[in-house]
Ligand binder design. Structure first.
Ligand code: NAD
Length: 498
């Protein structure tokens, strides 16, 4: 049966008839599993209006009452995490265990937001001037939009929604049209947790929906995650329409292996971080930089591990890597195999030959490894976002650092070494937002913030954690004097603090 996936507006599924809709696939079988409504401008207006109506009451709902809803949502999400993970696997294709990991990281962000009463405390200075007190408070922006990518359909919305709501904002979430069901499931849990109708709305669709949100006068903030060209567009369009925007973009993450590294640890990490979720992670390792003499040995150890990877339908026990999200994306990723060969890289493992345990019409490509990749190759330059790992050889630590710092992306990176001094120098010199030391996917925990540098993030605020609270609030500073018998007279001078 093909499901209809509709918007969630004002606490209920939208009952209208869409002018356009899109197909949702099960990537492991290649079958259409759903039709998702695509919003027109009228539905954008409807969702924003619902959020605007809910705002005055929600922003003045006490911190205690808001945090009760957050705690209740945390419990429900935990109770239903397996169902949510299964939904992610069915539409995204990642294996169940990986989907469960995604939901687990989402929970962290909810748990952080549960502490909102303590986190939103302002400052207070008694007698900043004589009998004058100064204090600061954080207030919500208003209606905010969250626009998310296909690769983490549960986690990325929950990077933003809990903090946005906790801070007193109301939200329109526009998830990826490729795997939209997780967002509706999450919205249903929020309602059950006691969130008033209209505080969280889910609007499905494509560019029309995004453009509607970017230009809507009642939307005050935009949190976007997706590819770099769209992130740049969202940042420029949103800010030129007067909105606060954080737009997280794509990545090309390098993992440096120094000659003194534990090569088994490094090979395990390269395979896990290169092929987990079929390489469709913004923190996936796509380039291994082998420094000095370790290249041949490292490539051999990576290759032997790749042969054992079980690629198959993510819902089947034992599958370690699933399919790609759509046929079009699989074809695009596969085209890099021919490009790499024609550009002169050495194809060590060709994923097209990997044994697959899944539907024949599924969107498959097995793990692929290229060696002797150079900076001028499209294989190196482009974000491929698939199970294609490149090995670049570097003569020295300095050359490895230069390579990474010259790359336009700056999301994540890692160094593998047993030399603490080298690791310390790396974290100081590298121009990347998230750094791992013997950790291949250094996604910060929920009480730090997530974000890259350079073309991996537009705006100055990272996602979730303390930066998230900063993004979703405006600071107000109050200077107050209560009258007393000696309040003085007219004074045209600039206020002095005496
Ligand atoms: P995408 O840029 O194609 O889509 C992201 C969102 O933008 C979706 O909601 C989509 O509907 C919308 N969109 C697509 N085209 C648009 C257009 N022309 N105008 C307006 N809106 C448009 O990204 P994706 O393929 O869904 O996700 C993969 C990308 O996201 C990768 O580049 C990955 O690195 C990146 N990503 C980054 C992070 C991060 O934290 N930096 C995290 C996850 C994913």
């Amino acid at each position: 049966m093909v499901a209809r996936i509709s918007h969630w507006i004002d606490g209920n599924p939208w009952a209208g008839e869409p002018a356009r809709r899109g197909d949702v696939w099960n990537p492991a079988t290649g079958e259409v599993s759903g039709h998702v409504d695509f919003a027109s401008r009228a539905e954008v207006d409807e969702a924003v209006a619902a959020a605007a109506r809910a705002l005055p009451k929600w922003r003045n709902t006490s911190l205690a009452a808001r945090s009760k809803v957050l705690f209740a949502f945390r419990e429900l999400l935990n109770q239903h995490k397996d169902e949510l993970a299964a939904l992610v696997t069915a539409e995204h294709g990642k294996v169940l265990d990986d989907a469960a990991g995604e939901v687990g990281r989402a929970l962290e962000n909810v748990e952080f937001a549960c502490g909102v009463p303590a986190l939103l405390k302002g400052g207070f200075s008694e007698n900043a001037s004589t009998r004058v007190d100064v204090y600061s408070m954080r207030q919500p922006l208003g209606v905010v939009a969250v626009i998310s990518p296909f690769n983490f359909p549960a986690m990325v919305p929950l990077w933003f929604v809990p903090n946005a709501i906790a801070c007193g904002n109301t939200v329109v979430l526009k998830p990826s049209e490729k795997d939209p069901s997780a967002a509706n499931f999450i919205a249903g849990l929020w309602k059950r947790a006691g969130l008033p109708d209209g505080v969280l709305n889910v609007l499905h669709g494509d560019k029309v929906a995004v453009d509607g949100l970017l230009t809507h006068p009642d939307v005050r903030g935009i949190s976007f995650v997706g590819s770099t060209p769209i992130a740049r567009y969202v940042y420029e369009t949103g800010t030129s329409n007067g909105k606060r925007v954080q737009a997280l973009g794509g990545a090309k993450n390098h993992m440096v292996v120094l000659p003194d590294a534990d090569l088994d640890l490094a090979a395990d990490a390269a395979v896990s971080a290169g092929f987990g979720s079929a390489g469709e992670r913004c923190m996936a390792v796509s380039v291994v930089v082998a420094v000095g003499p370790v290249g041949d040995e490292l490539v051999e150890r990576i290759t032997s591990r790749m042969a054992a990877l079980r690629v198959g339908d993510g819902s089947r026990p034992g599958s370690e890597m699933g399919p790609l999200v759509t046929a079009a994306h699989r074809d695009k990723v596969t085209s890099y195999l021919d490009a790499g060969l024609s550009e002169g890289a050495k194809l060590v493992v060709d994923g097209r030959g990997h044994e697959i345990d899944g539907g024949t019409a599924g969107f498959w490509l097995g793990p692929t490894l290229f060696d002797h990749v150079r900076q001028d190759m499209s294989l190196y330059r482009d974000e491929i976002f698939g199970p294609v790992l490149s090995v670049v050889r570097a003569d020295s630590y300095e050359e490895a650092v230069q390579l990474i710092n010259a790359n336009p992306y700056g999301n994540g990176t890692a160094i593998f070494t047993n030399d603490g001094g080298a690791a310390r120098r790396f974290q100081n010199e590298i121009e990347v937002g998230m750094v791992g030391v013997n950790v291949p996917i250094p996604v910060p925990v929920g009480y730090y913030s997530f974000g890259g540098w350079k073309d991996s993030l537009f705006g100055d605020t990272h996602a979730y954690g303390p930066d998230g609270l900063h993004f979703f609030t405006r600071t107000k500073v109050v200077t107050s004097r209560w009258l007393d018998p000696s309040h003085g007279g007219v004074n045209l001078g600039f206020p002095r603090n005496d």
